[in-house]
Design a protein around this ligand. Structure first.
Ligand code: SAM
Length: 227
């Protein structure tokens, strides 16, 4: 019988909390320590994490030297999908808050997504993605955010800023002309989509299967920066 085997615990900087990596049969699972036992991610279901990259990256793949930003790394599936859709001259910057998560992806976990950290187009930065966004001005063709379970700070309370009017306007400024912002969520949230619209995006909402083509679906908003 399969059981959860704790492999490592990684503190979340700036909080009293931590992320835990478990082995579960052939798969890996990440949970928040002391949480409700719910999974933040697992290696079995990543259809919507793949789609978070596929939806915007397919649209910007033809641009020369495309530059995209992903927050955060998790299990590397969004990163792997971005690399799959972008050209050889692209650069994918990944901001990951938790040093331990980067180390896990450099170890056995990395193989599950095809070791995307080893791709020469990947630039991994151990930092809060908010810091990269605040420093950016017209830098990225696409920004993909999957740092919580939806537009509400879960990993750390400070993430709420990302989903606020100010955070979304900052994302808009960080994009190149015709840039795209994609945000992952476990469930739909009409008020968030409206906020994206008010921050200067034309918003499409996609419902994407977590795994295969039946069962649970997640929400991905893709906002195109209005001129
Ligand atoms: C749900 S996982 C991302 C899953 C990822 N899309 C994938 O394909 O595996 C969320 C990740 O975001 C990281 N994270 C949370 N808040 C962050 C922040 N403010 N900046 C950067 N990374 C953050 C977490 O440590 C975690 O690794």
């Amino acid at each position: 019988m399969k059981r959860f085997v704790l492999l490592d615990t990684a503190p979340i900087p700036g909080t009293d909390s931590a992320l835990c990596l478990f082995e579960y049969g052939e798969d890996f699972v990440i949970k928040i320590a002391g949480g409700d036992g719910g999974q933040l991610m697992n290696t079995r279901m990543h259809g919507s994490e793949d789609a978070l990259a596929a939806l915007p990256c397919q649209k910007v793949a033809g641009r020369r030297e495309a530059r995209v930003l992903i927050g955060g790394l998790g299990m590397g599936f969004t990163l792997a999908a971005a690399l799959q859709h972008l050209g050889r001259d692209a650069e994918v910057t990944v901001a990951e808050l938790v040093p331990g998560v980067i180390a896990w992806n450099q170890g056995a976990l990395g193989a599950k997504a095809g070791n995307p950290l080893s791709d020469p187009r990947t630039r991994i930065v151990q930092d809060d993605v908010a810091n990269l966004l605040k420093a950016a001005r017209g830098d990225y063709d696409a920004i993909m955010l999957d740092v919580d379970n939806g537009p509400e700070g879960l990993t750390q309370r400070g993430n709420n800023w990302l989903y606020s009017a100010g955070g979304l306007q900052n994302c808009r400024r960080a994009l190149r002309p015709k840039g795209l912002l994609a945000v992952w969520s476990a469930s739909a949230d009409a008020r968030f989509a409206e906020r994206m619209g008010k921050a200067g995006f034309s918003v499409e909402q996609h419902q994407v299967y977590a795994h295969g083509n039946r069962g649970t679906r997640h929400t991905i908003w893709v906002g195109a920066a209005k001129p």
